[in-house]
Design a binder for this molecule. Structure first.
Ligand code: URA
Length: 241
């Protein structure tokens, strides 16, 4: 990271204020005053402002058991959003990582770390998301094959990526998808001539919703959980010989 960006974030000042601090000789790196605002910092180098070490603020990582009925949005003029469940001081430090529909419940991630969120949401990373679904009608025999083959949804240029199904009951399944298209799960089952009546996200990557979190509750992720999200779920890992 460039020195001026680091000082700006660590000291909570604008980029131009950070450059002014550096120009005035108030910033030291590894014990020496540095005047080059564009100097690249190595990870272990200590930066000091007026002789005191400064550090980047720790990003926040949360999981929430999203209740049905709240919008996955920062703000809405008419409807309550998931951020209303957090204290204001925390809500201002996070963004929503992969939205859920108003009528969908379950695992919602919130974070202040844009890179981490990008690894989860970017289509390039194929992060699997597992949902439990209740359907209006029993699932037809060929549904699994059609979902595995990919379905061309109305108005879309490309078929969906393969989705995996685990049947729990004639009208209840777990589905794992690796895309974040708008209303994807509801539209997949609609394309099969069915209708989703209950949709609940159970897992993202290798992280499952904490069963101790009641609807509307949230908690901070542990360091291990923060890493687990970026890994494949245990059941999707290649089997050892
Ligand atoms: N697919 C949907 O249709 N809705 C969601 O909230 C998530 C995935």
């Amino acid at each position: 990271m460039r020195l001026d960006r680091f000082v700006s974030r660590a000291a909570g000042v604008s980029r131009s204020q950070a450059r002014a601090l550096i120009r005035c000789g108030r910033v030291a790196v590894a014990g020496s005053i540095v005047s080059d605002a564009g100097r690249a910092l190595a990870a272990a180098e200590v930066v000091e402002l007026d002789g005191r070490p400064i550090a980047l603020p720790q990003a926040t990582y949360l999981m929430m058991n999203k209740p049905v009925g709240l919008l996955s949005a920062r703000h809405d003029d008419y409807q309550a959003t998931v951020l209303s469940l957090l204290p204001a001081s925390l809500a201002s430090r996070v963004h929503i990582v992969g939205r859920l529909d108003k009528q969908t419940s379950g695992l919602l991630l919130l974070s202040g770390d844009g890179r981490w969120s990008h690894r989860i949401s970017s289509p390039r990373h194929n992060c699997p998301k597992r949902y439990q679904v209740e359907l209006a009608e029993d699932l037809t025999a060929d549904a699994e094959d059609r979902l595995a083959a990919g379905i061309l949804l109305r108005g879309e240029p490309a078929a969906t990526r393969p989705a995996r199904i685990q049947r729990l009951a004639p009208n209840r399944v777990q589905i794992t998808v690796t895309e974040g298209r708008y209303h994807l799960v509801r539209r997949l089952f609609a394309a099969l001539g069915n209708r989703v009546v209950f949709l609940h996200r159970e897992a993202v990557g290798g992280l499952s919703l904490d069963p101790n979190l009641g609807s509307g509750q949230w908690r901070v992720l542990s360091d291990q959980e923060r890493v687990a999200v970026l890994e494949p779920p245990a059941s999707a890992s290649p089997k050892k010989a």
